[in-house]
Write a new protein. Structure first.
Length: 93
């Protein structure tokens, strides 16, 4: 890294996304352990629902962030089109 480069951590929104994904990862690990231990199906399904919800929320935050970026900087080189954003959004639904 040269003297002109400043290392910055993730922005606050990205940090929230990473936290959600890490939480989902922990929940999924708990599901795996529960299945391996022969836990009751009700407990396993409840944990799976929590994992699914955490992943969905992270996905919606990511799409929302992309929408805002496209609205704020429509001329940005890698900006998504409205159709691409809609397709991403519907992928999560």
């Amino acid at each position: 890294m040269d003297a002109d480069t400043v290392a910055l951590g993730p922005d606050p929104e990205q940090k929230k996304i990473l936290n959600r994904l890490k939480r989902a990862q922990g929940q999924l690990n708990a599901v795996i352990v529960a299945v391996e231990a022969g836990a009751h199906c009700k407990d396993i399904v409840t944990q799976l629902a929590a994992v699914s919800s955490a992943l969905d929320k992270a996905g919606f935050v990511i799409v929302s962030k992309a929408m805002r970026q496209c609205l704020e900087n429509p001329e940005q080189k890698d900006a998504l089109t409205v159709d691409e954003l809609e397709k991403l959004f519907l992928t999560l639904a």
